[in-house]
Design a protein around this ligand. Structure first.
Ligand SMILES: N[C@@H](CCC(=O)N[C@@H](CS)C(=O)NCC(=O)O)C(=O)O
Length: 219
């Protein structure tokens, strides 16, 4: 059986969402991020990204990691693209061209959008009163995101989905990254097509199932 190492409040969420879409059963090992623990090295600390048994699987000390048969795989989008390819259509590629486009949008999400979207999540999304420098970091991240989000917006203005005219792994990878910026209204209100598509993605039963499990975990 597929094993997913990582709590749902992490990039494991994208793998879990895809598994629910496809109907893959999996075992989840709730490895938590070390930075979320007061003392990750304490003898009674829960299994975390610094635990020796997890480091044996992930030298990068990061969740998620999957195990499938003899394969041990890290990098959340490598995991989703692998599973989508393994199980094929409708969530995976129909041919090499679709495969290439799914990688294109996933890499674009991970490289051009995710770092600044995470800044919005960690600072604006924290709900805390921000220092002047944090406010500037939020403003700068949002400013930098306008260009890549315009690319996605223009695509979704003329396409129902990221690839292939149907919901696929590319929608999951892009939607999970854009979710990090979703609560920052001054940015998102400029992008109507993204907002409508994101709402459609997030009303899917498989997303809802993942989201319920995520929200059941301690923040
Ligand atoms: N590019 C990697 C990033 C992995 C990553 O940074 N994971 C975070 C949680 S979402 C983590 O494990 N952080 C561990 C830590 O900093 O202690 C991926 O997509 O899987």
């Amino acid at each position: 059986m597929l094993t997913i190492h990582g709590v749902t409040r992490s990039r494991a969420s994208r793998i879990i969402w895809l598994c629910h879409e496809i109907g893959i059963e999996f075992e989840q090992v709730p490895v938590i991020q070390a930075y979320r623990l007061p003392d990750p090295d304490a003898p009674d600390a829960p299994l975390n990204t610094r635990s020796p048994q997890f480091l044996a699987l992930s030298p990068a000390s990061a969740i998620p990691v999957i195990e499938d048969g003899g394969l041990i795989l890290s990098e959340s989008m490598a995991c989703t693209l692998y599973l989508a390819r393994k199980y094929g259509q409708p969530f995976g590629p129909a041919d090499p061209q679709e495969d290439a486009l799914m990688m294109q949008w996933s890499f674009y999400a991970a490289t051009a959008i995710e770092p600044d979207a995470l800044t919005l999540l960690y600072l604006h999304g924290s709900g805390k009163t921000l220092s002047a420098s944090d406010q500037a970091a939020v403003r700068n991240a949002a400013e930098r995101l306008i260009r890549p989000l315009r690319v996605v917006e223009n695509h979704l203005a003329t396409h129902s989905h990221m690839v292939g005219g149907r919901f696929t792994v590319a929608d999951i990878n892009m939607a999970e990254v854009l979710r990090y910026a979703q609560s920052f209204d001054p940015l998102m209100e400029r992008f109507g097509a993204i907002q409508a598509w994101l709402a459609d993605c997030q009303t899917r039963p498989a997303f809802q199932k993942m989201w319920e499990a995520r929200n059941a975990e301690p923040a």
